[in-house]
Design a protein around this ligand. Structure first.
Ligand SMILES: NC(=O)c1ccc[n+]([C@@H]2O[C@H](COP(=O)([O-])OP(=O)(O)OC[C@H]3O[C@@H](n4cnc5c(N)ncnc54)[C@H](OP(=O)(O)O)[C@@H]3O)[C@@H](O)[C@H]2O)c1
Length: 353
C-alpha cells in the first residue's frame, strides 16, 4: 500500500471538513490542511498550513516545505453573496496560486481534485437538464466553475499529475461551526414555528415544495472525493457527487414535522431571512427553556441559503450514472441522513427537541 499525502486547500470548509476525517482514518494517508484560519478542533494527525490563496508568493512560500504532497484537493471559495454573481477572477487566481505552489514544491504530485457543484448546470439561473449529466451544455458565463475546471485541465497538459472534479449539491452535515448548513437552518425554522404554535409551513412556492431535489452528505462526499482522486477510471474528468438519492421538498418537510411532533403546514412564499429578522428574543426564550447552547440565531441558521433553495421552482437532480459506472457505488438515503444530523444537533443541545 503506497503512502499518500493530501493537501486539502479549504480544509475547514463544508466540502472538506469530513474529508480530513475520512483520509486520516486511513493509515495510508497523511493530511495537511490549508486555510487562512486554523481548524477549531484539533486532530492528532492533521498538519496545518496557514496561507491566503489570494496571495501567490505567500502560498508558494507556505507550500515550499511540503515536498511530500502527492494529492491535492481544492475546496476553497472566494467570498460571495447568496444568490449573487460569484468572483471568477478571485476564484481562478486562488486555484492557480495553489497549482503554482504545488508544482514548485511537490515533485511527486500525482493528482489535483477540484470541488465545484451543481451550479455548473445553472441551477441558480433556472430549470435545466434534470437529471443533469456531466456533459450537459454549459450556460452563458460567468460561472467560475467553468474557468476553474478549464484552467486545471489546461495546466495538466504535459504534466505527470492527473486532475478530476466533483459536483456536489447542497452539502449537509452535523457541523456546529458552520452556519451555511441546511440542517440547523431548517431545525431552527421548525423550532421557532413550534414555539409560536404554528404548523411547519414551507417558506417557498408550491412549485418548489413539489419539486425534486438532491443533496450531498458531507461524509459521503468525502468518500466520493477519496475514490475519485485515486481511481484510474476517474482521471481527467468530472463527476456529479450527490447522495445518489433524490426527494421532494414536501417529503423532507413532512419528516421534519414528524420529528418535531408538529403539523405540516402550507406553502407561504416569504423571505425566511426577512421573517426571522425579529426572532432573536424568541430564540433566546427557547434557549433558556431548553437549556441550549446560547448562540445568536445568525450563527445557527443561514436564512438566505434557505431562501435561495426554496425559490427553486423546478427539479434539481444530478445523474449519478457516470460515477456508478466508473466504480463508485455508495449511496445515502438523504432524508434519513438529514434527520440523523438533526437529532445530533438536538443531542448537542444546539436545537430543542
Ligand atoms: N457548501 C455547499 O453546500 C456546496 C454545495 C455545492 C458545491 N459547493 C462548492 O464547494 C466548494 C467549496 O465550498 P464550501 O461551501 O466548502 O466553502 P466554505 O465552507 O466557505 O469553505 C471554504 C474554505 O476555504 C478556505 N478559504 C477561503 N478563502 C481562502 C483563502 N483566500 N485562502 C485560503 N483558504 C481560504 C476557508 O477557510 P478560511 O476562511 O479560514 O480561509 C474554508 O476552509 C465551492 O466551489 C462551492 O461552490 C459547496
Amino acid at each position: 500500500m503506497s503512502q499518500k499525502t493530501a493537501l486539502i486547500a479549504g480544509a475547514t470548509g463544508a466540502a472538506s471538513i469530513r474529508l480530513v476525517d475520512v483520509l486520516l482514518a486511513d493509515p495510508a494517508w497523511s493530511v495537511i490542511g490549508l486555510s487562512r484560519n486554523p481548524p477549531k478542533s484539533a486532530h492528532d494527525r492533521l498538519a496545518y498550513i496557514r496561507a491566503d490563496l489570494m496571495d501567490g508568493p505567500h502560498t508558494r512560500k507556505a507550500l515550499s516545505a511540503h515536498s511530500g504532497i502527492t494529492h491535492a484537493f481544492y475546496t476553497s471559495r472566494a467570498p460571495f453573496k447568496e444568490g449573487g454573481l460569484e468572483d471568477v477572477e478571485g476564484n481562478v487566481a486562488m486555484l492557480e496560486n495553489l497549482i503554482d505552489g504545488l508544482e514548485a514544491a511537490a515533485p511527486n504530485l500525482a493528482h489535483i481534485h477540484l470541488v465545484t457543484g451543481s451550479k455548473w448546470y445553472g441551477i441558480h439561473l433556472g430549470p435545466g437538464q434534470s437529471p443533469a449529466r456531466e456533459d450537459a451544455p454549459r450556460h452563458m458565463p460567468p460561472n467560475f466553475y467553468y474557468d476553474q475546471q478549464d484552467v486545471l485541465a489546461d495546466r495538466q497538459q504535459g504534466r505527470q499529475w492527473t486532475w478530476s472534479a466533483s459536483r456536489p449539491n447542497v452539502i449537509y452535515d452535523f457541523a456546529p461551526e458552520r452556519v451555511r448548513n441546511l440542517v440547523p437552518t431548517i431545525g431552527a425554522w421548525a423550532a421557532i414555528s413550534k414555539e409560536l404554535g404554528v404548523p411547519l409551513d414551507y417558506p417557498g412556492h408550491p412549485d418548489s415544495f413539489n419539486a425534486l431535489t438532491d443533496m450531498t452528505d458531507a461524509t459521503h462526499l468525502a468518500h466520493a472525493l477519496k475514490w475519485i482522486a485515486t481511481a484510474d477510471t476517474a482521471h481527467n474528468q468530472a463527476f456529479n457527487a450527490t447522495d445518489g438519492d433524490f426527494f421532494r421538498w414536501r417529503h423532507l418537510w413532512q419528516r421534519v414535522a414528524d420529528h418535531f411532533e408538529m403539523e405540516l403546514g402550507v406553502c407561504r412564499p416569504i423571505s425566511a431571512e426577512a421573517w426571522m429578522a425579529d426572532k432573536q428574543p424568541l430564540w433566546d426564550r427557547i434557549v433558556t427553556r431548553h437549556s441550549l447552547e446560547a448562540k445568536p440565531l445568525g450563527d445557527l441558521a443561514a436564512w438566505g441559503f434557505l431562501d435561495f433553495l426554496t425559490n427553486q421552482r423546478f427539479d434539481v437532480v444530478s445523474s449519478m450514472v457516470k460515477i456508478r459506472q466508473a466504480g463508485f457505488t455508495e449511496t445515502v438515503s438523504s432524508i434519513d441522513k438529514f434527520i440523523e444530523h438533526l437529532a445530533r444537533y438536538q443531542d448537542a443541545r444546539i436545537l430543542p427537541r
